[in-house]
Design a protein around this ligand. Structure first.
Ligand code: HEM
Length: 514
């Protein structure tokens, strides 16, 4: 008797679950929005789970399936979302109608975790107030001051690489380089300190970013079902990781305040910001304009810069700037190794600019135009973030369409697909740095490795400076070729949050002597 009641209850529950999943899958059909047929529970993301394709590759195939549609629907597991295909509509979402699409995620509980108070995840006016405070940290003047930390770390990198030139795992080496720079600039740790294998900071960072089924599950839950993740108290990172990094920044902040020590890094700028309430922008530079967001719609939100807020920002610089930068360095080496002519041309440029100069300066990097084009082209083909996300925060009707959305709807900008669309790039699959030589302006919002609009990557130029410095050192010191063991074409890892190859990219380095 009890068994049959239990079986009936289970059957009803199961039936309800299937009905719920089925009715979610009717969302776009009911609204007459074009979409591909989803599967129950997985929506259009089944291939991600079985590691067949990445989220961005799936989005690109949906993008390709509707060449005439400005906007299409899809299902991110059990969440209906939109993909904006049309460039003018994308420009509206990212820039012109930004006030409707200000956030990426729903507001989080800022009290439970200091690291939640960071620029990437913050919402609404709190984000805006903080972004305005932190933007001056990334102006040309401040980056120039920080270059020293980058160049001294790049010297260490060459010493490290010289020890073994065969089958070099560039991702591993560039990760050490990027981590050392972030540790030095955002956590106030001396450059080179991470060279020791037993370094605690390095161990913790490696643990935090290690790809594992548990990490994939935590990331998926937080991205796809943030409300559920909050309820279950499952965060992106383990509590021990949060505690460790919070303590490092807290100790550094206290030390800087108590001692007379001054260093050119983000920690110092944060201490000044906390003391004065603002940062001096310094000399006007047109390159800084991208940081000066339109604040006309901002409510004058007063934000007290507590230590927790500063900790959150140091941490997001690590979270947003470590893996993305080292992956971009690896992909740039990959493209240069397969395109020998481009590699030689880039090397000639670097050698010419660096002739009779002991060290790379900010102006040297600025003059390396071809290296810049190689980096731009590499990021076009493999942008670390292949799909930008915005959440609708005010009801919106896409102009010229019947598609209306309500707050809470996620809208995806398919950067990976746009970067490979022959409408915007001739021979889109080819690595052609020369395409960036012509000065004529590209259509807005067709090049998005750092996003666009008021929420564009705040660290864009810091990252470009760091990667160009890395490439300049690599080109001056080594001829780079792909190790014959690397299977081509490369495949992307569907279980990685960022665009990353599934196979290890290893290289042979030939030492160049002057
Ligand atoms: C190659 C390296 C990097 C790439 C490809 C990259 C890419 C991106 C992208 C695509 C976004 C989202 C933009 C949008 O939604 O429109 C973003 C946001 C962000 N990035 Fe980066 N990033 C890189 C390096 C860095 C570095 C080095 C830092 C810090 C030092 C950083 C800090 C941030 C922050 C704080 C945000 C959130 C900005 C906001 O919402 O106001 N990133 N990045």
């Amino acid at each position: 008797m009890i068994a049959s009641i239990l079986i009936s209850v289970a059957a009803i529950l199961l039936g309800w679950l299937f009905f719920k999943a089925w009715s979610i899958n009717q969302y776009w059909k009911k609204r007459n929005v074009p979409h591909l047929e989803p599967t129950l529970f997985f929506g259009n993301m089944f291939d991600v789970v079985v590691k067949r394709r990445t989220q961005d590759e799936i989005i690109a195939s949906i993008y390709a399936a509707f060449p005439k549609e400005p906007i299409v629907g899809y299902y991110h597991f059990m969440g209906p979302r939109l993909i904006v295909r049309d460039i003018q509509q994308i420009e509206r979402v990212l820039i012109k109608d930004f006030k409707h699409f200000m956030d990426r995620v729903p507001p989080t509980d800022l009290k439970t975790n200091a690291l939640n108070i960071n620029l990437f995840g913050l919402t609404g006016n709190t984000w805006r107030a903080l972004r305005t405070k932190f933007s001056p940290m990334f102006t040309t003047g401040k980056l120039r001051d920080m270059l020293n930390q980058v160049t001294s770390t790049s010297g260490e990198l060459v010493k490290l690489l010289d020890k073994n030139l065969n089958a070099v795992d560039i991702k591993e080496q560039s990760s050490k380089f990027a981590l050392d720079i972030i540790a030095s600039c955002a956590f106030g740790i001396e450059p080179g300190a991470l060279d020791r294998e037993d370094n605690e900071f390095k161990k913790e960072a490696e643990r935090a970013f290690k790809a594992s089924p548990a990490a994939f599950f935590r990331a998926m839950l937080n991205i796809s079902f943030p409300a559920l993740a909050q309820k279950l108290k499952i965060t992106f990172l383990r509590n021990s990781t949060t505690e460790y990094f919070s303590n490092v920044v807290r100790d550094t902040l206290n030390h800087r305040r108590e001692s007379s020590m001054v260093r050119n890094d983000f920690v110092q700028l944060m201490v000044t910001l906390q003391k004065q309430g603002t940062l001096d922008v310094g000399k006007y530079d047109p390159n800084d304009e991208y940081l000066m967001i339109d604040n006309s719609a901002a409510v004058d939100e007063k934000i007290e810069l507590t230590d927790d807020i500063l900790i959150g920002q140091s941490f997001v610089f690590l979270l947003a700037g470590f893996e993305s930068t080292s992956t971009a360095m690896t992909f740039a080496c990959y493209h240069l190794s397969l395109n020998r002519k481009a590699q030689e041309k880039a090397r000639e440029e670097v050698k010419k600019i660096m002739k009779d100069r002991p060290e790379v300066t900010y102006d040297c990097l600025k003059d390396m135009k071809y290296v810049d084009h190689c980096l731009k082209e590499s990021l076009r083909l493999y942008a670390a973030v292949g799909s930008l996300v915005r959440m609708c925060v005010l009801p919106y009707t896409f102009p010229g369409t019947d598609i209306s959305i309500e707050p809470g709807m996620r809208v995806m900008i398919p950067a990976y697909a746009i970067h490979r669309d022959s409408q915007y790039y001739a021979d889109p699959e080819e690595f052609l740095p020369e395409r960036w030589e012509s000065d004529e302006k590209r259509m807005p919002c067709t090049y998005l490795p750092f996003g666009d609009g008021p929420r564009i990557c705040i660290g864009m130029r810091f990252a470009q400076m760091e990667i160009k410095c890395f490439l300049a050192k690599m080109l001056m010191n080594y001829r780079i070729s792909l190790h014959p063991s690397v299977e081509l074409p490369i495949r992307l890892n569907p279980h990685s949050f960022l665009t990353k190859p599934i196979q290890k990219l290893v290289f042979n380095l030939e030492k160049l002597v002057e």
